[in-house]
Design a protein around this ligand. Structure first.
Ligand code: GLC
Length: 559
């Protein structure tokens, strides 16, 4: 790392603010509901701006708030340059940006370029214009197979289950990698490319600081005939030439986007959601000529296990050094079972973290398989470890309250298309981590809003309400606030040094300013000796770090 970079990363007023930011993900429809219609909204976010400031985060990332029929929780965007009227107006959006900026919080918005909603004007135009029309060229329309074209063009399955092709009235089929209400856009089309540049400028001009790019690895496709079958696709390597995933030519799109980002001062940032086969493939998304940063989901799919954590941390830091980007850490988001629940489940042989959660949700959330206390303890330990690492950490709304996954949602109350279409990858769906937040222990929808929340909140949410946790120094919220406050002192340059502990289940590392993080993944206490006197975060019992917990040590800070 060069000296210039070292200096930059210490000063968060520079263009490098994102390198070690703590970014808090807001799922807008479930954060705070100002108008009492049961859906969270933009004025709701403004009303909680002080809460976000007190939490101590550097930026918020908003999941989609655009006009949408909610076929996929807003990831079906009908208009990329507007706010869903149920969530507010563009003026409300501007007020929100101002309120957050006033509090030193940056704003990142979600861009969904692989597919639009079927209600997008382009798709409606394509349907009306008919086969062979220029309007259909913006999407991926094909004739069906079989004698009368009544079979889909290929046997490909969509991520949410079922065929990846849907037939329209005149008999043609269109491709949808996700729900049928999410037709894939044709990224070979110049108008599609141009329009997204307009969208990026539109939000950048409104003061947005950065973008999160949805399924960034899927935009470009090679759909030359004959189209391969699923079996044929499975045999193809993911080397940049796969017809559907992680193609090298997608980076031409992001190089163009980077030029737009760099028109601004400071340059707008971007982080890719790219589920790709290797860290090397991921690095391409994180390059400075491209999006600049990419999500690293390795810990999210890992178990609560010292060896796995250490390998993942070392590999990703090494990877970040080669790209010049900073690494990212994620334990929870709107797509996966909350980590406080994953970590409390009895280990199922051969399953990784996320899959374990999926199994449990699919089984109806059996209480006897979940040790809530253990899950929460481990969640604290893992989060404190993450917050002590170099790089940026993405936190998901509600984890700062220690929320567990909500399994108690009836079939008729569920919203996730993955539930209705039976997608294997997430079983019963993702609604359980998207339940509206509890702000107060009593009152309508636990203070979320004056109406009934759009997803049912369980009784146990009362224990996790913000007003309860705020007044309890031992709550998860108090711990997050303290950790995020201390993190500002801890973050120096982006490196760490492992310190051997003599225990396979205890990790210890030092940051360049001498601060140390110790995580005990085991059950036997780990003795700290005289360092116990310098613990500034986490609990020491008889001079030792207990099992399933993390402490931060800051030599000399306590005087
Ligand atoms: C991403 C989003 C997920 C969405 C999907 C399709 O994976 O995180 O919520 O369903 O893309 O847009």
């Amino acid at each position: 790392m060069t000296d210039a970079l070292l200096l930059e990363t210490r000063d968060d007023t520079t263009a490098a603010w994102w390198r070690q930011a703590a970014v808090y993900q807001i799922y807008p429809r479930s954060f705070a509901d100002a108008n009492g219609d049961g859906l969270g909204d933009i004025p709701g976010i403004v009303s909680r701006a002080d809460y976000l400031q007190e939490l101590g985060i550097d930026a918020v990332w908003l999941s989609p708030f655009y006009p949408s029929a909610l076929a996929d929780g807003g990831y079906d965007v009908a208009d990329y340059r507007d706010v869903d009227p149920r969530l507010g107006t563009l003026d409300d959006f501007d007020d929100m940006v101002a309120a957050l900026h006033d509090r030193g919080i940056r704003v990142v918005v979600d861009i969904v370029p692989n597919h639009s909603s079927d209600l997008h004007e382009w798709f409606q135009e394509a349907l009306a214009a008919g086969r062979g029309s220029a309007a259909r060229e913006r999407y991926i329309f094909r004739e069906g197979s079989g004698p009368d074209g009544s079979e889909p063009p290929t046997d490909w399955t969509a991520a949410f289950g079922g065929s990846a092709w849907e037939r329209v009235e005149d008999g043609q089929w269109f491709l949808h990698s996700f729900a049928p209400e999410q037709p894939d856009l044709n990224w070979d089309h110049p108008e599609v490319r141009e329009d997204f540049l307009t969208t990026l400028r539109f939000w950048s001009d409104r003061g947005v600081d950065g973008f999160r790019i949805d399924v960034a690895h899927m935009l470009t496709k090679d759909l030359s005939e004959p189209l391969p079958s699923t079996a044929e696709l499975e045999l193809l390597p993911h080397d940049g030439n796969h017809p559907l995933h992680d193609r090298d030519d997608v980076h031409e799109v992001y190089a163009e986007w980077r030029r737009v980002f760099n028109e601004y001062d400071p340059p707008r940032t971007a982080v890719a959601e790219a589920w790709v086969s290797t860290p090397e493939r991921r690095a391409k998304y994180a390059s400075a000529e491209g999006l600049g940063q990419a999500f690293n989901f390795d810990l999210l799919v890992a178990d609560f296990d010292a060896t796995q954590f250490r390998t993942i941390i070392s590999d990703n830091l090494a990877q970040a050094r080669t790209t010049g980007s900073s690494t990212t850490w994620v334990l929870s988001n709107h797509d996966v079972t909350r980590h406080a629940t994953r970590y409390g489940l009895a280990p199922l042989a051969g399953r990784t973290g996320v899959k374990q959660g999926v199994e449990w949700v699919a089984a109806g959330g059996p209480g006897d398989q979940l040790d809530r206390e253990l899950g929460l303890r481990r969640a604290h330990a893992a989060t404190l470890l993450l917050l002590g690492l170099p790089g940026s950490t993405y936190l998901y709304q509600g984890e700062e309250l220690g929320l567990q996954e909500v399994a108690e949602i009836g079939p008729d109350e569920r919203q996730d298309p993955a539930f209705f279409r039976g997608a294997e990858f997430d079983g019963l769906g993702r609604d359980g981590c998207r339940v509206p937040l509890p702000w107060t222990a009593s009152g309508s929808s636990f203070g979320f809003g004056a109406g009934d929340a759009h997803l049912p909140q369980p009784e146990w949410f009362a224990e996790h309400a913000v007003d309860v946790e705020e007044s309890d120094p031992s709550s998860t919220l108090s711990l997050y606030r303290e950790a995020l406050r201390l993190r500002r002192e801890l973050q120096t340059d982006e490196s760490l040094e492992w310190i051997e502990t003599g225990r396979a289940d205890v990790l210890r590392f030092a940051r360049p300013n001498g601060w140390q993080i110790v995580t005990n993944f085991g059950t036997e206490p780990f003795d700290l000796g005289t360092d116990a006197a310098d613990v500034v975060l986490g609990t020491v019992v008889d001079g030792a770090v207990s099992g399933d917990s993390t402490v931060w040590i800051a030599p000399g800070l306590l005087g």
